[in-house]
Design a protein around this ligand. Structure first.
Ligand code: CAA
Length: 412
């Protein structure tokens, strides 16, 4: 039986980054509210050349380079995004062209808020399990520019970036065994973006409640499926690490506590209950198993569809434990809402791969900007999006150059 996995991961961020202490000062907020209350330190800021397409292409190129992947082996391209660039043409089509992938490749875009890349990943895994891949690989990308109104409560939870994953049955970093997935869907109005709006609309506190409600719902279903397939009751203590969807760092702590209290309420033995009630153990578990996954997200901010996979990459990079053979718990949440809890197993190469990728050095190379420059970049992006002409490529690209005859042009 074929066990598919992620063979290579690439991460892209825009050139610019804004420290949240500077944003707090400009908005008259105590900086600790952002750095401790939200648990995020910096947010990546997209420039006028950046959009969901260019970030996706850069992440994919990095995954090909790090994983030594021949692009002609890609037979399925799925791009998950909630900041698409056209109502009809998928981001995947532009990405396919810029990457020069084979014409004999299925390509499409998925949408369900931040869940979209997970929809793509599950689809790619099933494509391989079903035997439809016939030796080809899938490329799954989550790519977004998270945007809320200037001065709004959502503003410090912005970010921009993409995570690309090559999915195959060869030399995996992590594998997905047994197809154990707990799905949870509930039609809720917590976060959305009308077709005529560049900014998301969000009922912030409600969105957090919906996230936590979906987490318990997805985990309950994961336990049910796991009991059927593997027997016994799956517990958070079974996971050497857990990666959650991370719109802001602090939510992972809320999520972890919520799962622990869900388990306490549903404990079936007094031994389990005593263990779960031990708060000190819970905090140690959080520091060891969850905090490594927050190192990159805290420095990048919310990248929507890629956020869970950024946390996974961060876990592989920053965990002090030898994770080889260990099982990780993964939680994906997309507002609106759809969520899934699933697991993966870490393979021998994974932590060495992450160290070689050296994503923290990539963040060190970002240009630190101030608030006036951040606001200028937001305006410059809107101007480029409205441009009915094409500017020349400056630098290396890939870059979005503007729209001629209402068609978006890219180069690089
Ligand atoms: N020092 C330290 N901490 C402080 C502080 C200070 N001076 N002042 C406030 N805090 C703490 C608060 O106590 C609070 O902590 P808890 O959550 O643990 O209680 C935290 O800082 C945030 O404070 P508020 O709740 O008052 O913050 P807010 O009302 O301004 O908004 C938010 C927070 C709702 C997350 C808002 O930023 C927002 O709407 N963000 C966008 C939506 C979002 O990210 N939702 C997440 C779930 S939905 C999802 O996951 C999908 C997605 O990607 C969007």
């Amino acid at each position: 039986m074929t066990i598919p996995g992620i063979q290579a991961i690439g991460i892209a961020v825009p050139q610019f980054t804004l420290p949240l202490t500077a944003l707090a000062e400009a908005r008259g907020v105590d900086p600790a509210k952002y750095t401790e209350g939200l648990g995020t330190h910096r947010m990546s800021v997209a420039g006028p050349d950046d959009d969901a397409v260019t970030l996706a292409v850069r992440a994919a190129r990095q995954s090909f380079a790090l994983g030594n992947i021949d692009p002609s082996t890609i037979g399925l391209l799925i791009v998950g995004t909630e900041t698409g660039v056209d109502h009809s043409k998928p981001v995947a089509a532009f990405v396919h062209g810029l990457l020069g992938l084979s014409w004999n490749c299925r390509s499409f875009e998925t949408k369900h808020a931040c869940f979209a890349a997970t929809a793509g990943l599950q689809n790619a895994l099933d494509w391989i399990r079903a035997g439809s891949a016939r030796g080809k690989k899938a490329l799954v990308i989550g790519t977004d520019i998270a945007r809320y109104g200037l001065g709004s409560p959502g503003e410090p939870t912005q970010g921009a970036g993409a995570v690309a994953m090559v999915v195959s049955e060869e030399q995996p970093l992590v594998t997905f065994e047994d197809s154990i997935v707990g799905s949870f869907t509930r039609d809720v109005a917590d976060f959305w973006r009308p077709l005529d709006s560049t900014e998301a609309i969000v009922d912030g506190q409600k969105s957090v409640d919906c996230y936590l409600h979906a987490l318990a719902g997805a985990f309950r279903e994961y336990q049910r499926v796991s009991r059927e397939v593997r027997g016994g009751t799956a517990r958070t203590a079974d996971f050497a690490a857990m990666a959650y969807h991370v719109p802001y760092g602090k939510i992972a702590l809320k999520a972890h506590r919520h799962l622990r209290s869900y388990e306490t309420e549903n404990a079936t033995s007094s031994r389990d209950l005593a263990r779960l009630r031990n708060d000190e153990e819970s905090l140690v578990a959080y520091e060891e198993r969850v905090a490594p996954g927050l190192v990159l997200p805290r420095q990048i901010g919310n990248i929507y569809t890629g956020a869970l996979y950024l946390a996974l990459a961060s876990t592989l990079l920053m965990s002090q434990r030898d994770l080889e053979g260990a099982r990780l718990g993964l939680f994906s949440y997309g507002s609106g809402s759809c969520a899934e809890f699933f697991d993966c197993t870490v393979c021998e190469m994974a932590q060495g791969y992450a160290r070689q990728a050296n994503w923290t050095a990539m963040l060190d190379r970002q240009t630190v900007i101030d608030v006036p420059e951040y606001e200028r970049l937001v305006r410059a992006r809107d101007e480029r999006a409205a441009l009915r002409d094409v500017v020349p490529l400056a630098g290396e690209g890939p870059a979005f150059l503007g729209s001629r005859d209402r068609y978006r042009h890219y180069e690089g």
